[in-house]
Every structure is written in structure tokens, then in C-alpha cells.
Design a protein around this ligand. Structure first.
Ligand code: NAP
Length: 247
């Protein structure tokens, strides 16, 4: 199917670290659902080069947003990294993907596990009312290499302020030691029961898991949760684990 590309204008470029950044832009795209991804691209040597990115923005906002890591020898991201306010990029008009709340079965606790830029899709989802209305407890876990990659702190504080009794945010940093953070990869934090301890919630089948980020983290986490009797959620057979792999 032919892709319709929408020319979109950069309105903000936030640099979290030297290589981690978010782009906000305005584009007349079709309505999308929180949790979906689009493709973002630039014309490079006459050819439109694009990559998939989940929206960090939420459907009720009047701008679009993605988060990315600049890979210096990559084709697209060094060019994205140079973009300034007023510059243009191309966005696919129609978003896709099934990492959306309607695909997640009901439960008591919603665990959102992210590594790196995988956090972005959860920011989008948490800006909508559905997770807050459907779950008693929401536990957002973000795993990064270094603490300066713990992006969206202000937005996360707002989630906490608006939902003090329902929301738990757990940070884990793996390549340095930092106060108020775990220093474990997410699967190790589950295996050691540290996550359950910090959240004050036992992982049982009244928990739903949404997991996004490094595919090896996802595989190891799914295996560990499998030992606790939790299985992948599929349309044909609902389960407790809904996934989005980033590469
Ligand atoms: P990442 O490499 O996936 O690391 C994010 C977090 O996931 C880290 O805490 C990491 O722990 C953890 N992790 C990695 N493999 C795992 C596994 N098998 N099981 C469980 N946890 C695991 O993501 P990223 O730092 O956002 O980087 C994404 C991409 O950008 C990568 O291809 C990377 O090479 C590239 N990049 C990143 C940086 C940067 O500064 N973050 C710089 C240049 C390029 P560990 O620390 O233990 O690996």
C-alpha cells in the first residue's frame, strides 16, 4: 500500500544527552491511538529515508513527538539530530501498531517495563485516561545505562502528582551507581524480587505487563514471567504480557 507522507514542521528539539533527543513537530496526520507508531523520514540524496518511531505524544495533544537515539554512523539519525525549529521532516499520515490499551486485558495492576527510548510509548499511553481508569495500580519501570537518560522526569512527576495513590515509578541504571535508583537490568530486578519489593505488589495473574525496548530484555523478561505462570497476550488467547520490540 502506498504511504502518504505529510510534511511536518519541527517546533522543539529536546536534547536529553549527547545522543538521546526528542523531536516535537506539527503535522496534519490522521487520528492515531496512544501506543501506535509512525514512520519519520528525511530526503537524503533525493531518496526518502524513514524509520519507525512510537509516538510519545498523545492523540489529544496538538503536536506530534518522538524520542530517538542518534547513532553517529547511521543514515537517518545524524540528520534528525541536526534539525532545528522550523525545519521540516516527513511523517507517515497513518500510524500503526497494536501496543494500545484496547489490546491489554483487564487486571488489577499494570506494569509498564521500558528500556531506553521504550519509555516514550508509555508516556503517550499514560497521558490518556484508559490506563488510570482501568487499573488500581500502575508501575512504570525505566531501565537505562546512565542516569542522564532518565528522560521525561517532569511529565512523570505530573503523573505522580495527579495519581498519588496509584502510580509507582521505578528507575534502574545499569552503568553507574545512583541514589534512588536500582542498579539492575529489568530481568534481574524481577528475579531478585526487587521490583515487587519496591512496588509493594506481588506479581501474580492479576498483573498485566506491557513491555517495550531492547528485544533481549523482552525475551528474558517473558521467560521469567513465564515461570510465574504469566503468558503472552494474543488475540486468540488472552494473556498477561503485551510486547513491543524495538529492533
Ligand atoms: P540499551 O542498550 O538497550 O540499554 C538500555 C537498558 O537496557 C540498559 O540498562 C541496558 O543494560 C539494558 N539491557 C541491555 N541489554 C539487555 C538485556 N539483554 N536484558 C536486560 N536488559 C538489557 O538501549 P539504549 O542505551 O537506549 O541504546 C539503544 C541503541 O542506541 C543501542 O543500539 C545502542 O548501541 C545505541 N546507542 C546508545 C547510546 C547511549 O548512550 N545510550 C550511545 C550510542 C548508541 P546494560 O547497561 O547492562 O547493557
Amino acid at each position: 500500500m502506498a504511504i502518504n507522507w505529510i510534511e511536518s514542521e519541527i517546533i522543539e528539539h529536546v536534547r536529553w544527552t549527547d545522543v538521546l533527543a526528542s523531536l516535537k513537530f506539527k503535522g496534519d496526520v490522521l487520528p492515531y491511538t496512544a501506543g501506535q507508531f509512525t514512520k519519520v523520514g528525511l530526503k537524503i540524496d533525493g531518496e526518502l529515508i524513514s524509520r519507525p518511531y512510537s509516538y510519545v505524544s498523545s492523540p489529544n495533544e496538538d503536536f506530534l513527538e518522538i524520542i530517538y537515539v542518534n547513532v553517529p554512523d547511521g543514515v537517518l539519525t545524524p540528520k534528525l539530530h541536526d534539525l532545528k525549529v522550523g525545519d521540516k521532516l516527513f511523517t507517515m499520515d497513518k500510524a500503526s501498531g497494536f501496543f494500545v490499551m484496547d489490546e491489554v486485558p483487564d487486571g488489577k495492576n499494570l506494569w509498564m517495563l521500558a528500556t531506553g527510548t521504550g519509555l516514550g510509548v508509555f508516556i503517550s499511553l499514560l497521558k490518556t485516561s484508559a490506563p488510570w481508569e482501568r487499573f488500581d495500580n500502575i508501575i512504570l519501570v525505566h531501565g537505562v545505562r546512565n542516569h542522564n537518560e532518565l528522560a521525561y522526569q517532569e511529565q512523570i512527576s505530573e503523573f505522580k502528582k495527579n495519581n498519588p495513590s496509584k502510580f509507582n515509578y521505578i528507575q534502574t541504571v545499569t552503568r553507574e551507581t545512583k541514589d534512588d535508583c536500582l542498579n539492575l537490568r529489568i530481568p534481574a530486578a524481577i528475579e531478585s524480587k526487587k521490583l515487587e519489593e519496591l512496588a509493594g505488589i506481588n506479581i501474580t495473574n492479576d498483573s498485566q505487563f506491557m513491555i517495550c525496548g531492547n528485544p533481549d530484555m523482552i525475551n528474558d523478561t517473558v521467560e521469567l514471567l513465564g515461570k510465574k505462570g504469566l503468558e503472552r497476550n494474543r488475540r486468540s488467547k488472552p494473556g498477561n504480557i503485551t510486547l513491543e520490540k524495538y529492533w
